[in-house]
Each structure stands twice: as C-alpha cells, then as structure tokens.
Design a protein around this ligand. Structure first.
Ligand code: HEC
Length: 450
C-alpha cells in the first residue's frame, strides 16, 4: 500500500469508526527534523498537553518539547534518607532502648556497627522509590491507550514521527488547533476520539474476579485459624523425610539406645581425636609430676573434702610459671581478653568496680530485698597476689565460689594470656611510689594537684 493510499484511508476513517468525544489531534511528520521543528513551534504557540512519539531516540527533541528534568532522583533521595533513618531508628530502638543487652561490654548504640543495616535499608528503599516513582511519574500501569486505535499511529514503533495535541490542553480548539497543525506541514493530521462509551468490561468478569479474590484469601484464613486452634490429630506432614531425618539431635530423646539418650557419653577409657590434654600444666595449671594426686572435683567451685570441710585451693600443686612463651603480644592479647570478659565485673583496673558490679550495688541500695551481690575483691589484693598462676588459671577455667566459670568462652591459650595480664595489673595496682624510677617520680610530683 502506498503512502498516499494510507493517508486517504486514515483521513476517510478519521481515527475510529465509533464517534466518541474529541480527544485530540495527531500529526504525522516525514522525518525527525520536521517533527523537532514542529514541536518547538507547538511549544512556542503555548500548548502544554502535547507529546511526540518516535521509533528511536531523537536528539534535541526533549528541549523542543520543553520536557523538564525528571523528578525521579529527588524521589530516590528522599527514599534513601527515609531508609537510612528507619534503619538507625530501628537499631536504636531494639538495641539501645527496648532490649539493652550487654555483649562483651560493647556499646549499645554505635554507628560503625549499624552501617551494614543502614546501607542495606537505604538501598532497598531507594530501589522501591526508583521503581514505584518511575511507574507513578509515567502514570503506569496503563492497560489501554486510545492512540493505539489510530491506524497510522502504530508506525511510531518503526517509521512514523508523530506529534499529538490533547483536547484537555487549555489552548485547544476544535478547528483552530487543526489549522495550526496543518500549518506545520505534516504529512497527515488525524483526529483522535475517546473510545466509544459503550465499550465496557464484560459484566461477567466482575463476579469472576471477586470469586478469585475471595478464593485467594481462603488459604490465609485457614493458616490463621490453624495457628490459634489446638489440634488433637498430628499435623499433616507433606514431606515426611524432612520432618524425620535419620540423625540424632543434641539433647534429644532417641529410641535407639536403652537409656533413651540421643547424645552419647564417651566410652570409659577412650578419648576423641585431638581431645588428649596430656600437658596438665598447660590445660589445668597443675604440676605434671603431682597432678595424679589431685582429685579433679576439688578444682570446681565450692568443692568439699570427704569430711565436709572446704577444699583449700591454695594447697594444690599449681604451676608457678606460665607454661607458654611470654611476650608483648601475649600481654596485649591478655589485656584485650580481660577487658572483654572480666572488666564488666572486676573493672578495667581490677579494682572490682565494673559496670555490672556498679549496677548491682545501685539496685541493692535501692531495694535490699533483691538479693545480695558479692563484691569481687581487688585482683591486686594480697591474697590474690600470693596465688600461683596455676590457681588463677583454674579460677578462669572453673570459676571460684560466687564467680562463674569462663572455661567455655575463653580458649586455653587466652586464659594464660589473661593470667599474664592479671600479673601486670597486680604489679601496677600494688605498686609503691618508690617503684617508680626517680626521674619520672619527680615529674609526677611536679604535676599540679587537683
Ligand atoms: C560476673 C562477674 C565476674 C566476671 C565476669 C569475672 N569475675 Fe572474677 N570474681 C567475681 C566475683 C564475684 C569474685 C569473688 C568470688 C567470691 O569471693 O565468692 C571473683 C573473684 C575473682 C578472683 C579471686 C579468686 C580468689 O581466689 O579469691 C580472680 C583471680 C578472678 N575473679 C579473676 C577473674 C578473671 C580473670 C575474669 C575474666 C576471665 C573474671 N574474674 C571474670 C566476679 C566475676
């Protein structure tokens, strides 16, 4: 079909067979430059509600139409800020306000620790903002566009260059606008009408959609009901193998063994690989040549002798030297571990003024009936200073009297590092002014007193 034929066809039909209300005029142009020129003239003529439709990006067409920069970046920015604020507020509320929980003396609220979630939520909110904002600005989703009814318009995806002025433009006039478009030298001007009012969604679709919607809610209602109704029958197991796997779980019952325990104690006289702790000085702080005389129950807190008297821990054959090479690195490690595990009660200096102790004393003063809190003695006091390193090691491993054990949290080598640092704390905590070299002492004295 030649171009002339097409033109006469479309003009004769004038957009659609049904004569709905006038929606606008669509002018077709032979090439991008003609369209661009027409667009600027339309803009200069004062039209606002018009747009160009082209099969490929045309340079300069945005300026010709007068399209302003998209507002999408601002939407995304606002979403990112909301995301970051939400994340910080959430973390503040949960960690520092609603459920304060001391974890190794770390601060409740700290920006570095909050960065990952803040970053993630900013990105998530921006992504939603970008997608939904783009859809909203483009007025999408739109399932139907009356321009698609125009015969020549479909060429906008292959070879057509169109300019459409909408009837809702304040400057629009039924005849003047058409004359104006014709003055722009288009190859064709087509009248576009609103689709016939009688075209409606078939009535039957509405009840069907309602049924589908209601059916879709049924599973949710069933699930909600199941959650609150006690059942007397066993639940339905869709994948039985997944619910009952041929393995034993920790602390669970098992039918396989006569005593019903899923977890098996080690067979007497055997050891798992790597569990042999033959070096008693390293693993227990006991002298290797006397360790076989020690009843291991006596190492535990509040141990009693056979006659009911308390075990005297000081008398056990403890090692008096740290059984691993001692260097600055071990000392630094010991300081770090002490500050993490011990300082909460004993205080950073070992004085016994850690934050837990302080709070316990405060609570006790406010309400004497809450129970008693035992003040840990200063770690640099005489009785603790006199203890051999093996006994200090044992105190960390098993705890002592009221102090809980830290053997499960602190690995053996770290325990020795802490013992080393304890010795340093004792040295500094019990030092006398004469222990300081004379020249530094003078400097200290010169320091202004408060
Ligand atoms: C939960 C609080 C708490 C923590 C944490 C804690 N201690 Fe203690 N510690 C105590 C208390 C309380 C005592 C006094 C126990 C008593 O006399 O009944 C004590 C006593 C001691 C003693 C003296 C033992 C003796 O024979 O008199 C030493 C040494 C000691 N702690 C070392 C440590 C080390 C090292 C750590 C870190 C691994 C640590 N503590 C962590 C509460 C704590």
């Amino acid at each position: 079909m030649s171009t002339a034929d097409e033109q006469s066809d479309s003009q004769a039909e004038d957009c659609t067979a049904e004569q709905g209300a006038l929606a606008g005029y669509v002018a077709q142009f032979p090439n991008p430059s003609a369209l661009k020129k027409a667009a600027s003239q339309t803009r200069e003529a004062g039209f606002k509600e018009f747009d160009c439709y082209v099969p490929f990006p045309v340079h300069g067409i945005d300026e010709a139409i007068g399209i302003k920069m998209t507002r999408l970046p601002y939407i995304v920015l606002v979403c990112a800020v909301i995301g970051a604020t939400t994340a910080i507020a959430l973390q503040f509320f949960t960690n520092a306000f609603d459920y304060k929980y001391i974890i190794s003396g770390k601060p409740f609220f700290s920006i570095p620790a909050n960065i990952p979630i803040t970053f993630e939520l900013s990105v998530l909110f921006s992504a939603f903002g970008a997608l939904l904002g783009m859809l909203a600005l483009n007025k999408l989703p739109q399932f139907y566009n009356r321009l698609f009814l125009l015969d020549p318009f479909l060429k906008a995806t292959s070879s057509g260059f169109f300019l459409a002025i909408e009837a809702k433009d304040p400057k629009f006039h039924e005849t003047d606008t058409k004359t104006f478009l014709n003055s722009l030298q288009p190859s064709d001007v087509v009248t576009c009408r609103e689709p016939n009012e009688n075209v409606k969604i078939p009535k039957i679709l509405l009840p069907i959609a309602a049924c589908i919607l209601i059916l879709g809610l049924v599973p949710l209602v069933l699930i909600a009901k199941m959650r609150v109704t006690p059942q007397t029958t066993p639940r339905v197991e869709l994948v039985h193998d997944m619910d009952y796997q041929p393995k034993l779980k920790t602390q669970r019952f098992s039918r396989m063994f006569a005593d019903g325990r899923g977890m098996r104690p080690p067979i007497p006289g055997t050891l798992a690989r790597g569990d042999l702790q033959h070096d008693t000085s390293f693993y227990e702080g006991l002298l290797p040549d006397q360790e076989d005389q020690v009843d291991r129950n006596h190492l535990l807190p509040n141990a009693k002798n056979a006659d009911g008297t308390s075990v005297s821990l000081d008398k056990l054959p403890w090692v008096s030297e740290i059984p691993i090479p001692v260097d600055e690195k071990l000392m630094a490690r010991g300081q770090e571990r002490f500050n993490i595990y011990c300082a909460v009660c004993h205080g950073l200096s070992g004085k016994g003024d850690g934050i837990i102790t302080q709070r316990a004393m405060k609570l006790q003063a406010a309400n004497p009936n809450v129970g008693t809190w035992l003040l840990p003695i200063p770690l640099y006091s005489e009785p603790v200073r006199k203890q051999k390193v093996g006994q200090l090691f044992n105190t960390i491993t098993h705890g002592v009297r009221k102090m809980p054990s830290y053997g499960a949290q602190v690995p053996v080598k770290d325990r020795w590092a802490i013992v080393l640092y304890l010795r340093a704390l004792q040295e500094s905590g019990s030092g006398m002014i004469n222990d300081i070299p004379a020249d530094i002492r003078e400097k200290l004295n010169a320091e202004p007193k408060e």
